[in-house]
Design a protein around this ligand. Structure first.
Ligand code: HEC
Ligand code: HEC
Ligand code: HEC
Length: 418
């Protein structure tokens, strides 16, 4: 094994020599970067980050399996008039621990002014004067899909987030709402709250602590690892070698039969070439990913979509982006697309473009660097879906789809985000 790796390396060096002597440009596509493919590129069993909520969501669909209960076909008939407790209902609509609850998307009456409500759904502060039947409101909350199959509202009752009595309590509360919400300041009103504008200069090391990753990676690059070689043993001039490389990632990798992103590349390439063990979502991996992206900054994203396999992966990614998953039954496109340019609680949902060019990115609120796979994972955990390990092939499909949507945008890494 060691021997053949040595021979392989020697062949590469010789080939490169020929190219240089002929004065032509070195055709990178002709030499395949050595990759380890025997093992997983991330730790198994996958374990959620410390501080991320631990819940059992195995009853609900994920990006890898479809198991959620199907929507009801008919509204439920209520035998008796609802006897709800409006006071409890008022608390429930604002309870963040219930999937963000109603204020995430609705202004809800007097309480609506208090807690940065969102505006993905209509203002409900006068719903009590709108002559809605209790039975209709109950069913809308229980599972809105019986009225609107395209709804983005979670099936609160059908997925068990609220029980029947709690839904009756919220109905009772909604029926009391008859006056427009009063907002103390413009910030409280999602219709007037100004969209955030990122003014920090992401490549300024004083403004973006994520820039420390570059120094750290430069050290790592020249450090000898288990095999006795460093990255720089084979790549003497990283700046020249990788000036554009990351802008073509992720790509379909036939040897792995899946889409390979920069972070998984780093794990697998480092293991074979230097013996360094840098699983995905560990510090060294992230730092090296930031660096390889950084070297390609300014290069327009250009994903290779020429192969049938790459095209098929993009199609699968597109489908996954609109798959409803988790207890809250959201698809990526429900928030990043359908509801773009709205507030979900105090969080602004930007338009779907411009989501990819700055990853890995520094996150000020967490004082940490997040790569794209970790961002995918959190967007699932947040909607009460089980996330996949970072090297899951579904994430590769999703990533290549997202990158292809960002075609032509120039890399600017590390980004900086809230
Ligand atoms: C992810 C966003 C979202 C959340 C969270 C949400 N809703 Fe909605 N809701 C909507 C949208 C969007 C509509 C508009 C109709 C549609 O798309 O189904 C709606 C419609 C409604 C309606 C029908 C209004 C009408 O005029 O007929 C009611 C009632 C309602 N929501 C109640 C609630 C309650 C109660 C909660 C919390 C338990 C809640 N919603 C949480 C998005 C949301
Ligand atoms: C034993 C030699 C060797 C070592 C050590 C090595 N590489 Fe490579 N690397 C290669 C070869 C061979 C290629 C493919 C041809 C080329 O791009 O020159 C490659 C390609 C790459 C590419 C471009 C990938 C592509 O698909 O063309 C990147 C990025 C890279 N290496 C990064 C690294 C990093 C980071 C390290 C340190 C962990 C490292 N390399 C260590 C031999 C090596
Ligand atoms: C319930 C709403 C919601 C759903 C569903 C959701 N996200 Fe997000 N996502 C957010 C919010 C909020 C942010 C942070 C604000 C922002 O940057 O738009 C975010 C941020 C992101 C970002 C980073 C954007 C940036 O500019 O840094 C990416 C990429 C992303 N989401 C991808 C996904 C993918 C892929 C899915 C589906 C697996 C998904 N999201 C599902 C709400 C959602």
């Amino acid at each position: 094994m060691f021997r053949s790796a040595m021979l392989f390396t020697a062949a590469v060096v010789a080939a490169a020599g020929v190219f240089v002597r002929l004065g032509g440009s070195v055709a990178h596509a002709q030499t395949k970067a050595p990759l380890e493919w025997g093992e997983d590129a991330a730790v198994r069993p996958w374990k959620r980050y410390q501080g991320w909520p631990v819940r059992g969501e195995s009853k609900f669909s994920t990006l890898a399996k479809l198991v959620s209960p199907p929507p009801a076909k008919e509204p439920r008939k209520l035998g008796a008039p609802l006897a709800g407790n409006a006071e409890n209902g008022a608390m429930l609509v604002a309870d963040r621990n219930r999937g963000g609850s109603c204020l995430a998307c609705h202004v809800v009456g007097p309480a609506g002014g208090a807690d940065l409500p969102g505006n993905v759904g209509p203002d409900l502060s006068e719903i009590g004067s709108a002559s809605r039947e209790d039975e209709y409101l109950f069913n809308y909350i229980f599972d809105a899909r019986v009225y609107n199959p395209e709804t983005v509202m979670p099936p609160w009752g059908a997925h068990g987030t609220f029980n029947d009595q709690e839904i009756a309590d919220m109905v009772a509360f909604l029926q009391t709402l008859k006056t427009p919400a009063v907002f103390k300041t413009e910030l409280d009103d999602p219709e007037k709250r100004p969209a955030p504008v990122e003014r920090r200069e992401n490549l300024d090391p004083i403004e973006n602590p994520g820039m420390w990753a570059i120094d750290k990676a430069q050290d790592l690059f020249t450090q000898k690892m288990a095999s006795g070689s460093s990255c720089s043993s084979c790549h003497a001039d990283a700046q020249a070698a990788f000036k554009t490389w990351a802008a073509g990632m992720p790509k379909w990798e036939p040897r792995l039969n899946k889409v390979l992103g920069v972070e998984e590349f780093v794990t697998r390439h480092a293991r074979t070439t230097t013996g360094a063990d840098w699983p995905m979502e560990t510090d060294n991996n992230r730092v090296m990913s930031v660096y390889l992206h950084f070297l390609a900054n300014g290069t327009p994203i250009a994903i290779d979509t020429s192969s049938t396999e790459a095209k098929a992966a993009i199609e699968r990614g597109k489908e996954l982006a609109s798959r409803k998953i988790g207890e809250l039954n959201f698809a990526c496109t429900d928030c990043h697309g359908k509801s773009a340019d709205h507030w979900i609680r105090g969080q602004w949902l930007g338009p779907p473009k411009g989501q990819y060019d700055h990853f890995p990115t520094w996150r000020t609120s967490l004082q940490a660097i997040w790569d794209i796979r970790q961002r995918f994972q959190w967007c699932q955990v947040n909607i009460r879906a089980d996330e996949l390990p970072p090297d899951a092939k579904e994430y590769g499909d999703l990533e290549i789809y997202l990158a292809s949507q960002s075609d032509g945008q120039k890399l600017s890494v590390p980004g900086i985000r809230h």
